[in-house]
Design a protein around this ligand. Structure first.
Ligand code: ZN
Length: 170
């Protein structure tokens, strides 16, 4: 009898998640010059999470790309500063975050207000720091309730490919 209730509860949760994922805005992560998903995915997404400085090259070095992204008329957020591994699990200060914010502003003409840590790895201290800079932070739960796509070197990261496929199913 008890097992039935548990099964029912799990089913309700799964259905709710599926509904949330089909309604809530789609998002693309790891957006940077020369790295954007296929057109249909971009068109159906409303949030683009941008890496301000990737492999030591600022997005602001490529103003035609900045304009192209702005023309898409999407919500733009900041995804790390350099997007190194566990970047925001290490001790970071205000200047570090502002370096990313500044490159973002040079590119798009405004400061970012949404933040997502690379690999969603964020220490409590850094979370406080980002909140003090008025960022809205995307957490792990966000990944469950939203379809988040990655346009990256899929060959190297098969789990990202799996996530993209999963997004098509649920
Ligand atoms: Zn990322």
């Amino acid at each position: 009898m008890k097992a039935k209730y548990i099964l029912f509860a799990v089913l309700i949760i799964l259905i709710s998640l599926a509904i949330a994922r089909s309604i809530l805005p789609r998002q693309i992560d790891d957006v940077r010059p020369n790295r954007l998903c296929e057109d249909d995915l971009v068109n159906s997404s409303s949030v683009l999470m941008v890496i301000p400085i990737f492999e030591n090259r600022s997005i602001a070095e490529n103003m035609s790309w900045c304009e192209q992204i702005l023309m898409l008329n999407k919500t733009l957020g900041m995804h790390g500063v350099y997007h190194t591994k566990k970047e925001f699990s290490e001790v970071r200060d205000e200047n570090y975050v502002k370096t990313g914010m500044e490159e973002f502003r040079k590119c798009f003409g405004f400061y970012p207000s949404v933040f997502e840590a690379p690999q969603l790895s964020l220490s409590n201290e850094n979370e406080k720091l980002l909140k003090s800079l008025n960022f809205t932070i995307l957490h792990r739960f966000h990944y469950l309730t939203h379809k988040v796509y990655h346009c990256t070197d899929y060959e190297k990261k098969s789990w990202l490919m799996l996530l993209n496929t999963l997004n098509k199913i649920i």
